[in-house]
Design a protein around this ligand. Structure first.
Ligand code: NAD
Length: 446
């Protein structure tokens, strides 16, 4: 069919004319396929990998990726130079991004353990240790996503994870994109698993003859990848953790009268081109008809010039502009929506950050398009979607470490806290617990 030339426009609502229920209705995320149906598809795949290891993994790659010439599912480091041949400018771009992401995540390191004396002689500490083995899923298929490899690989390297395994579906000729090999090399990955979907997740969760079993799996992916991650993280036999639930990408832009309509439209579109299920929201703070129209004209004109205009059209169809009276009203709506990306195209953007309660990552002021965060500024782009920004953080250095606590008491410390322990053990009727204290206190009397 011929490409449509229909006007690409977001529906418009005015908060002062509608109720709170209508605002919530307009901000609903596009519904997702039921998890049960997808689980029905991925469970047999996962079982097959557990039972048949590499052989099953290869057969799925032959089937889904059409990479029938592939004979080994894993590429081990050191990776051959000829697999990472790239144009000079791409290498330079990856190197700059790598360095900024490294700097920002290295600064998140806790240089010394936390140590608190809660009572005289009672010392509580907390210290971080890297997760030893991590599996990083980099979506593949037609897209080339070196940025995702960077956003997962660099913090894993900075955290000191001993084994970094990257999984990504190969191209139909069995090769992996050189950008991913180059990033894998830079972050010191031990191997690249040439597989995708639930089968790649299962291979990393349980291990196969050639795939290293990992302790945590991170990274975005389609519904099969997500269902696979949820399944293995619930299986105590796998003993594997995952990062967070992932859904389609989204952005919420708050713009005031001073915002440049072309900038606003470009930010909305840079999310809308991700996928038809992406959602973009504009909160227009006290804009008049002419200003709203200017943004809408820009949106249409810029969209029509994009190669991915059809995807944009899909995303825009469930996106909305909401007119608000002031910034506080806009912030209330934004905090309730809890966007993955929040862009503040506001005159006093920096001050407004104080009012942000729920968001994955914030982009402040007119010179900060979201794309800088997607690639090169240094912040992470693996962020909570679907409103999960209310309770989850995006991927950060902490995603690759766990915290261990310790207590260290002196005799005086045990004398100080012992009675409270004995009494609570008594209340819970755990006599051995009580005695572990009383035997020691008694031995001090001798
Ligand atoms: P993918 O790597 O997530 O999934 C490909 C795999 O899906 C295949 O290897 C195959 O195993 C599996 N699969 C496909 N059809 C199947 C079926 N019928 N039954 C069982 N398994 C099947 O790649 P994709 O599909 O291109 O999806 C990419 C995803 O990543 C999108 O959902 C997109 O939103 C997301 N994404 C995220 C980021 C990011 O946050 N960094 C960037 C781009 C894309």
């Amino acid at each position: 069919t011929a490409p449509s030339s229909d006007r690409i426009t977001m529906k418009r609502l005015d908060v002062s004319k509608i109720g709170a229920a209508q605002v919530s209705e307009a901000l609903k995320r596009p519904s997702q396929k039921s998890a049960d149906a997808i689980l029905g598809i991925v469970k047999p795949i996962i079982n097959d990998i557990r039972e048949n290891g590499d052989k099953a993994l290869l057969s799925y790659t032959h089937k889904f990726e059409k990479a029938t010439s592939l004979t080994s599912p894993v590429l081990k480091a050191p990776f051959p130079k000829e697999l990472m041949q790239l144009p000079e400018e791409t290498i330079k771009a990856i190197d700059i991004s790598y360095e900024n992401i490294r700097k920002f995540h290295a600064a998140q390191k806790e240089d010394k353990p936390l140590r608190v004396e809660t009572m005289p002689g009672v010392i509580c500490s907390r210290f971080a240790r890297p997760i030893e083995r991590v599996g990083l899923y980099v979506p593949g298929g037609t897209a080339v996503l070196p940025s995702t490899a960077l956003m997962l690989g660099v913090p894993a390297m900075v955290a000191g994870c001993e084994k970094i395994v990257i999984a990504s579906p190969p191209r139909s000729d069995g090769s992996i994109t050189p950008e991913i090999v180059y990033v894998a090399h830079k972050v010191g990955a031990e191997s690249i698993v040439l597989a995708g979907g639930a089968q790649a997740v299962a291979a990393m969760a349980y291990g196969t003859e050639s795939v290293t079993k990992v302790d945590k799996i991170l990274g975005p992916g389609n519904q099969f990848v997500t269902a696979g991650k949820m399944f293995v993280s619930n299986d105590t036999n796998a003993g594997v953790g995952i990062d967070m639930p992932a859904g389609p990408s989204e952005v919420l832009v708050i713009a005031d009268k001073d915002a440049n309509p072309a900038f606003v439209a470009s930010d909305l579109l840079s999310q809308a081109e991700h996928g038809v299920d992406s959602q973009v929201i504009l909160l227009a703070v006290d804009l008049n008809e002419q200003q709203l129209q200017a943004i809408e004209d820009e949106l249409h004109n810029q969209a029509m010039a994009l190669p991915r205009v059809d995807i944009v059209r899909g995303a825009i169809s469930h996106s909305v502009t909401i007119q608000t009276r002031d910034i506080d009203e806009a912030m209330r709506i934004s905090n309730e929506y809890a966007p993955e990306h929040l862009i503040l195209q506001l005159n006093n953007a920096e001050e407004v950050v104080d009012k942000v309660m729920n968001a994955g990552s914030v982009f402040i002021g007119q010179w900060t398009p979201e794309s800088v965060g997607d690639y090169s500024a240094g912040v992470n782009h693996s962020l909570p979607t679907y409103g999960y920004a209310k309770q989850y953080s995006g991927v950060n250095l902490g995603s690759f470490v766990k915290h261990i606590t310790s207590s260290n008491l002196t005799a005086e410390g045990l004398r100080n806290v012992g009675q409270a322990v004995e009494q609570l053990a008594k209340v819970e009727e755990l006599e051995a617990h009580r005695r572990a204290v009383s035997i020691r206190l008694a031995s001090m009397q001798k």
